[in-house]
Design a protein around this ligand. Sequence first.
Ligand code: THU
Length: 139
Amino acid sequence: MDYQGLIAQAIEAKQSAYAPYSHFRVGAALLTKSGKIYSGCNVENVSFSATNCAERTAVYKAVSEGEREFAAIAVNGDNGDYLPPCGVCRQVLAEFCDMETFEVVLANSEEDYRIVTLDRLLPGAFLVKNLKAGDVSDV
Ligand code: THU
């Protein structure tokens, strides 16, 4: 899979980051299985815990548009290196993405990136299958 286009959109999304407190911008681009891309940036808040990471912004945008099937996400931050998604974002990705096949593209640039599957980032995850049968609905 060629992820250069996806990475380009993550880098572009980073330009919209609202990060007046950390001054650390992050962009993400989420690829659906049908080939659409939803981008996101981090959106901070003066009440720091209300901050939303770039990855979750992208996931929530996509889900709110009716998408639930995802193939990959590219992430690019201001750290000048591969940026691993935070634990909360890993858990949110695990809600919708297949652990063994969903690819997280840690992008330093369009040319310099690493791909890891979600199961390697969140081993032993608490997943919907761990809920008792009957507790899960399609809604
Ligand atoms: N951040 C992300 O957007 N994604 C990550 O995976 C790590 C952290 C944001 C949250 C906050 O706005 C800033 O980076 C510093 O933590």
